[in-house]
Design a protein around this ligand. Sequence first.
Ligand code: FES
Ligand code: FES
Length: 175
Amino acid sequence: MTSDVIGTEQSAGAHRVPVSYTLNGEAVSCEVEARTLLVHHLREDRRLTGTHVGCDTSQCGACAVHVDGRAVKSCTVLAVQVDGCEVTTIEGVHGDDPKDLHPVQSALQGKHGLQCGFCTPGFVMTALDILDTDELLTDEKVRQGLIGNICRCTGYQNIVDALVELSADRQESGE
Ligand code: FES
Ligand code: FES
């Protein structure tokens, strides 16, 4: 269990609230300022900077993480709201070796579904959520699922192609 006090947890005189949750499989127990957004807690207190801030206004999806298995925009959630929850960030989706990419990451890489990569962690976390179905994902369904994520570089088609192909591969292999 980690209980270190760093980052936004140190704000002097602020009203701090205890929060305990599971982060990428490890128990976390700490105090956070009540108004701290989950994205800032993850980046500044937990030093998990793979979760990005692209807009802070709930539009871009660069901050997407999973809370209890569903993708959420962590700039729209207070850190105290994940008390008792399981949180997964992009740092929690690959194997023990960071070079051991998750199949979604490999699919995006294989189809050139990223350029600068700023949006990519958010796309991966959202994609994991929309791929969590027995249904075969069509181009249209993938586009609907990714509607809350913005990419300034790719034009989206390669991202969509990667996820449609991955969905078809999974159907074929029965995963
Ligand atoms: Fe959260 Fe853009 S930073 S949606
Ligand atoms: Fe650059 Fe998406 S790859 S914003």
